[in-house]
Design a protein around this ligand. Sequence first.
Ligand SMILES: [Zn+2]
Length: 308
Amino acid sequence: MSERPRLGLDIGGTKTHGILLDAAGRVLAERVLPTERGAEGVIRSALAVTDACLDLAGIGRGDLDSVGIGVPGQVDHLTGTVRTAVNLNISHLALGERLGLALGVPVAVDNDVKAAALAAAARLAASDLTYINVGTGVASATLADGRLVRGQGNLAGEIGHIALDPDGERCACGQRGCLEVLVGGAGIAERLAALAPRVSLPSLFDAAAAGSPDAMTEATRISAGIATAVQLVVLTQGSSRVVLGGGVVHAARGLVDEVRRILTARAASSEFLTSLNLADRVIVLPSDYPVAAIGAALVGRATADAVT
Ligand SMILES: [Zn+2]
């Protein structure tokens, strides 16, 4: 393995987070800058964060081993091409090729949730887990035997568009009552804004515990939806650990405890669920652990996605 440092870039809709790791995985430099939208903007942002990290470490582009990128949207990890990244305003971008030419080093690209799953697996020394990202969007990524489960066209993990409530609110995908509408940040923000008095997501579970009926309804909707997502990935993927991450999970104080409580309550009437120990499988990484950027640094690092 090369002794040169490797750069990870987590390109999100609002910011691009770069992290420079040495060959042993230690952080040498870290920078976060705003993301410019559009194909050219994303390229400019990626280069700016790369150079900022290199400056901090006192090295140049030619000193890099390679670059890994995590990006939302449909990513072809074999070609490094990004399609339909709505939050970045990209319909098609040969991101890996463009950055590779600009930087003069190999660049690997993958979906950001799949990248985060790689980081979670490395952090937990696990070869078998599912990472569920509950942010603006909702998606999961599974590692089985140390490999990412991809499916045709990298479709595996688009659990946000499983319709849980046929009478629910309309989703951007055209269906009603999708998991993403129930527990995604955009749907939550819309419903909380309509409450009187207004309740913020960080204080939602406190307000529910204090007896506010509206807050209780919303808190239950979110935690029951996430509990169902946990059940779903355990029953379909058999994951021994389910890592919950993303902005909603880290913003809502008390949410994860409530998810575990609901899983335990559901098991009370089911010998089958009891045997699965669902609540014990739920893990949350520290909110200050840069899971997406570390994960980006792991993208394409090992052959065939193996990280353990
Ligand atoms: Zn949907």
